[in-house]
Design a protein around this ligand. Structure first.
Ligand code: TRP
Length: 74
């Protein structure tokens, strides 16, 4: 992995059951490649990688990024 990707972590904390964290592929095609389901209180730590260029979060959650904190309800 490219060394300048080391900081590209994010954290998703589910505020409800059934929150989905969906990973989208890097490259020419932008497709879902992984869906992780979180229940209330569950936390996922993940990274943008050579395979993952974007994520989509569905449901009530707080996302912590290097740019700040995002509440999906806000
Ligand atoms: N196999 C995936 C990858 O290496 C795992 C992954 C990393 C992932 N970050 C993610 C899956 C974010 C979903 C969301 O890219």
């Amino acid at each position: 992995m490219d060394s300048n990707m080391q900081g590209d972590f994010f954290v998703v904390k589910a505020k409800d059951n059934g929150v989905h964290v969906i990973g989208l592929t890097r490259g020419h095609d932008t497709k879902f490649h992984h869906t992780e389901k979180l229940d209330k209180g569950e936390v996922m730590l993940a990274q943008f990688t050579e395979h993952t260029s974007a994520i989509k979060v569905r449901g009530k959650a707080v996302i912590y990024t290097p740019f700040g904190e995002i509440d999906t309800e806000a």
